[in-house]
Design a binder for this molecule. Structure first.
Ligand code: F58
Length: 792
C-alpha cells in the first residue's frame, strides 16, 4: 500500500465502518478508525501465521491465564508494524496529533498486576519469536477497578473498557462451546457419567498479538459467557420481563468482572466457576483443533504444550483427564499420563494465603466429576509414590498448588531465588518425590514495549550507537559497555533522562496540578499495594527525612520527589491504610514551605500499564524493597533497570539476578536476607528493639501516631502504628535503619553526576538478559519442547 493508501484508509474506515461524518468525528472516532486501518495491516500476517502452523503440523503453545494485562494495543501494533512515520504523517494531514489519538485508547486492564502483565509480555515475545501459540483467558466486561482518592482514601469504581467499540477483537461466531456446572455423576452401565445441572456457552473473541516487524501473529482468545438460549419469550410475552432476562444475566455473570482479590469468602464460588469456565472451554478448543488435524490421542503431548499461569487454571488437570478418559475412552492411567505430558505449571507466589484451596463441598457441588477424578489422581500418585505424605485433599480442602504440581510434567519458579524457596518450602515434599520437575525460568519483559516504545529518546540514542538489532536481541545492549566511559555518550544518556523527566513534570502539572522540580531525584515505587512490598517502609523513611530536613533546613539536601502509584485489593484494609497515610503525608509535606524545595510526595491515582509507560522512563530510582523471600520475582524491577533507574532493594526475587548482572556498585542493596528474616522473626519484641535503636524511626512513628498527618482525626493511625510496633510481620522496623542508610548513599551518588550517570547507563547496558524473549526461549527448551517457525 502506498502512503496515500494508508492515509486514505483512515477516513474511509471512519465513514464506512463507523458511519461517522469526518466533520463531526471525535478524537475517539478517529482513534477507532486509525485502529481499523492499522488492523488491516496485520490481519494477513496473522492468518498466514495460523496457516503456516497448520501446514507444518507444529506443536502449539497454549498459555492459560486468568489475566492478560495488555494495556493499550494501538501503539503496540503501530510500533511492531513499524508504521510510526506513516501514522504520524497520515494523522498530521488530517490535522490530528498522533500522541493524542494514541492516548485516547482505554487500557485493557484485564489483570491485577505482575502475573497478568507477564502473560501480556509473553504473548508479544511468542509472536516475535514466531512460536505458534494461543493465549486463553476471560473477556471480562469490567477489568480491574478504577481507583480515585477521596480525602486520601481509595475509592473503587467499575472499569468499563468494553462500553467503547473494541477495534482489535474478532467475535468468532463458529467458536461457541457448551459447558456445565453442578448436577450429579450417575453410574451408567459401570461407567460414571456426569449430568451437569447448569449449562453456559463460551463464546470466543480473538485479538491478534503481533510480533516485532509484523512477521508473525498469534491469537489471544478470550471467552465470554453467554446463555445457552436467548431470553425466554414465553415469560416475556406474559409480561415477566425480569424473569425473561434472568438466564442471560446469570450466565453473563461469569465473565462480568475480574477479581481484584481472592481473599474474601463471598464470590469464591463465582471465582471457581470462572476458573472452570475458561479452562474447560480452552481445553475443548485445544482438543477440537488437535482432532481436526488428525492424530492419535496419545500423541497429544507432541502437539500441545499447555502452560498453567498459576493455579487459577489448575482444574485443567482433572478436566483434561475427564475429556480423555470419560469422553474419549482412554484408560485412566494413560489419560493421567497424557494430560501430564501436555501440562506445566508456573508458580508466582509462596504466600500461603495466595495458594488456592477450594472446599471439598464447593468442589463437589460445582464439579462433582472433577472431585472424583481428583481423588483418583491422588490415589494414582500415592500408588506411584507409596511414601508420599502430601495428599491433594487435606482437612476438607482441595489443594490446587499440589494438584497442579502432580498433574504437570514441569513446574517453574519465576526467579532463581523463588525457585530455590519453592523447593525448600511449599513444595519440599513434592520436590523430594519428583526432583526433576521444578525448573527455574526467571521472568522477563518485552523490550519492544518497555524500552523501544516507552522510551523513544533512549531508544534513539541506543540505536544510534549500536544499531537497531537490540530490539529483538536485547543482550546486544552490552555493546554499549565501551561507551560507558565516554563523556559525550553519558551526556546524551543524561540528556534523554532529563528530557523524560521534564515531560513527566509537565504532565503532572497539567493533569494533576502538582508542581515538581525536574532536577530533583525521582524516586519511584509503583506496584500493587501490599504489606510485603512495604510501601510503608518508604513512607516512614520519607517522614523521617522530612523531620531531618526541618531540623537542618540549611544543609545541602538532595532534592527528591517520592512518587507512588498502585491499587489495593478492595477488601485489604491495611493496604488501604497505607494509601491513606501516603496521601496524608503528601498533603502535609508538600505544603511545608520550609522543606518543599527538597521533598515532595506524589501518589498518582489509577495505576495502570499506560501510567507505568509514562513513569518508568522518567525515573531515577527504582524502589524494590519487599521483605526478602516474599516477592517471587518482580518485573517492574527489570523495566526500571533497563530504562536507567538503579535499584534500591533487598535480596529478593529477581533483584538478586539484576544485582548480579549490573554489579554490586550499581545497585543500592540493603536489608535482611531470607535467612535473616526468618531468624529475626523469632526474636521476641524485634520491632520495639529496632524502634528503640533508631531515633529517626521512633520520631516518624510518633508523628504518625500523634496525628501530625491526620489533624482532623488525630488517632486514626493508632492501629497502623500498633501493628508496626507490635507484630510487624514484614519487618519494616527491623529493616528501617539499613534502608535509611542506603537512601543516603543514593543521595551521595546522585549529587555526583560523574558517579550517577555511568551507574544509570550501566543498568541499561547490563540488563539485556531480562528480555521476555530469553524467558520464552527458556520455556521452549526446558518445558514445552516447542520450536519457532522462523518468521523471517
Ligand atoms: C506476581 N503475582 C508476583 N499475582 O507477585 C511477582 O513477584 C511476579 O513477578 C509476577 O507475579 C510475575 O511472575 C501476581 O501478580 C496476582 O496478581 C494475583 C492474581 C490473583 C488474585 C490475587 C493476586
Amino acid at each position: 500500500m502506498t502512503d496515500t493508501g494508508f492515509r486514505d484508509s483512515i477516513p474511509r474506515h471512519l465513514i464506512y465502518a463507523l458511519g461517522t461524518d469526518p466533520q463531526n468525528a471525535t478524537l475517539g472516532d478517529w482513534r477507532i478508525a486509525l485502529s481499523l486501518a492499522v488492523r488491516d495491516r496485520l490481519v494477513d500476517a496473522w492468518l498466514a501465521s495460523a496457516r503456516a502452523a497448520r501446514q507444518a503440523g507444529a506443536k502449539r503453545v497454549y498459555y492459560l491465564s486468568m489475566e492478560f494485562l495488555i494495556g493499550r494495543l494501538l501503539e503496540d501494533a503501530i510500533i511492531n508494524l513499524r508504521l510510526e512515520e506513516e501514522v504520524r504523517a497520515a494523522l498530521a494531514a488530517l490535522g490530528l496529533s498522533a500522541d493524542e489519538v494514541i492516548a485516547d485508547e482505554p487500557d485493557a486492564a484485564l489483570g491485577n498486576g505482575g502475573l497478568g502483565r507477564l502473560a501480556a509480555c509473553f504473548m508479544e515475545s511468542l509472536a516475535t519469536l514466531g512460536v505458534p501459540a494461543f493465549g486463553y483467558g476471560i473477556r471480562y466486561e469490567h477489568g480491574l477497578f478504577r481507583q480515585s482518592f477521596v480525602e486520601g482514601r481509595q475509592v473503587e469504581e467499575p472499569e468499563d473498557w468494553l462500553t467503547q467499540v473494541h477495534a482489535w477483537e474478532f467475535r468468532r461466531r463458529d467458536v461457541r462451546l457448551r459447558l456445565c456446572f453442578g448436577g450429579e455423576v450417575v453410574d451408567e452401565g459401570g461407567k460414571p457419567v456426569w449430568h451437569g445441572a447448569e449449562a453456559v456457552m463460551a463464546q470466543a473473541y480473538d485479538t491478534p498479538m503481533i510480533g516485532w516487524q509484523g512477521k508473525w501473529a498469534n491469537a489471544l482468545r478470550l471467552w465470554s459467557a453467554e446463555p445457552l438460549h436467548g431470553f425466554d419469550l414465553d415469560r416475556f410475552n406474559r409480561g415477566d420481563y425480569a424473569a425473561a432476562a434472568e438466564p442471560e444475566a446469570l450466565a453473563r455473570t461469569i465473565s462480568r468482572v475480574l477479581y481484584p482479590d481472592d481473599t474474601t469468602e463471598r464470590g469464591k464460588e463465582l471465582r471457581l466457576k470462572q476458573e472452570y469456565f475458561f479452562t474447560a472451554a480452552s481445553l475443548q478448543d485445544i482438543l477440537r483443533r488437535f482432532e481436526a488435524e488428525g492424530g492419535a490421542l496419545a500423541d497429544l503431548p507432541k502437539k500441545a504444550a499447555i502452560q498453567l499461569n498459576d493455579t487459577h487454571p489448575a482444574i485443567a488437570g482433572p478436566e483434561l483427564v475427564r475429556l480423555l478418559h470419560d469422553e474419549r475412552g482412554m484408560a485412566l492411567d494413560q489419560a493421567i499420563e497424557t494430560a501430564r505430558g501436555c501440562l506445566s505449571y508456573t508458580n508466582h507466589t509462596l504466600l500461603p494465603e495466595a495458594l488456592e484451596r477450594w472446599s471439598e463441598d464447593l468442589m463437589t457441588r460445582l464439579l462433582p466429576r472433577h472431585m472424583q477424578l481428583i481423588e483418583r489422581i491422588d490415589a494414582a500418585h500415592a500408588a506411584e509414590k507409596p511414601d508420599r505424605k502430601v495428599a491433594l485433599v487435606q482437612e476438607g480442602e482441595v489443594r490446587m498448588g499440589e494438584l497442579a504440581f502432580v498433574m504437570a510434567h514441569k513446574v517453574n519458579g519465576v526467579s532463581a531465588l523463588h525457585t530455590g524457596l519453592m523447593k525448600q518450602t511449599v513444595f519440599e515434599e513434592l520436590h523430594r518425590l519428583h526432583p526433576d520437575r521444578i525448573v527455574n525460568e526467571t521472568n522477563g519483559v518485552t523490550p519492544r514495549r518497555w524500552l523501544f516504545s516507552a522510551n523513544p529518546r533512549l531508544s534513539r540514542l541506543i540505536s544510534g550507537t549500536i544499531g537497531e538489532g537490540w530490539v529483538c536481541d536485547l543482550e546486544r545492549l552490552c555493546e554499549l559497555e565501551p561507551q560507558l566511559d565516554d563523556a559525550a555518550f553519558l551526556d546524551a544518556y543524561a540528556g534523554a533522562k532529563r528530557a523524560n523527566k521534564a515531560d513527566l513534570a509537565g504532565w503532572l502539572a497539567a493533569e494533576h496540578g502538582v508542581q515538581i522540580d525536574p532536577e530533583a531525584l525521582f524516586d519511584v515505587q509503583i506496584k500493587r499495594i501490599h504489606e510485603y512490598k512495604r510501601q510503608h517502609l518508604n513512607i516512614l523513611e520519607t517522614i523521617a527525612l522530612w523531620q531531618e530536613i526541618k531540623a537542618n533546613p540549611n544543609a545541602p539536601w538532595v532534592p527528591r520527589v517520592k512518587i507512588f502509584a498502585g491499587k489495593a485489593a478492595p477488601g485489604y484494609v491495611f493496604a488501604k491504610e497505607i494509601i491513606r497515610l501516603i496521601n496524608d503525608v503528601a498533603a502535609v509535606v508538600n505544603a511545608d514551605l520550609e522543606t518543599n524545595r527538597f521533598l515532595k510526595v506524589v501518589f498518582l491515582p489509577n495505576y495502570n500499564v499506560s501510567l507505568a509507560e509514562r513513569l518508568i522512563p522518567a525515573s531515577d530510582l527504582s524502589e524494590q524493597i519487599s521483605t526478602a523471600g516474599k516477592e517471587a520475582s518482580g518485573t517492574g524491577n527489570m523495566k526500571f533497570a533497563l530504562n536507567g533507574a538503579p535499584t534500591i532493594g533487598t535480596l529478593d526475587g529477581a533483584n538478586v539476578e539484576i544485582r548480579d548482572r549490573v554489579g554490586e556498585k550499581n545497585f543500592f542493596l540493603f536489608g535482611m536476607t531470607t535467612d535473616e528474616v526468618v531468624a529475626r522473626r523469632a526474636v521476641p519484641d524485634h520491632a520495639r528493639q529496632a524502634i528503640a535503636a533508631d531515633k529517626r524511626l521512633g520520631g516518624a512513628l510518633k508523628a504518625v501516631s500523634q496525628g501530625v498527618f491526620s489533624p482532623r482525626d488525630r488517632h486514626c493511625y493508632r492501629g497502623f502504628v500498633g501493628n508496626l510496633t507490635g507484630h510487624d510481620y514484614f519487618l519494616v522496623c527491623s529493616d528501617f535503619t539499613a534502608y535509611w542508610d542506603a537512601q543516603r548513599r543514593v543521595d551521595a551518588a546522585f549529587a555526583e553526576p560523574a558517579v550517577w550517570w555511568p551507574m544509570a547507563a550501566r543498568n541499561t547496558a547490563r540488563t539485556g538478559w531480562f528480555s521476555s524473549d530469553r524467558t520464552i526461549r527458556g520455556y521452549m527448551a526446558d518445558i514445552w519442547g516447542a520450536s519457532s517457525l522462523d518468521p523471517a
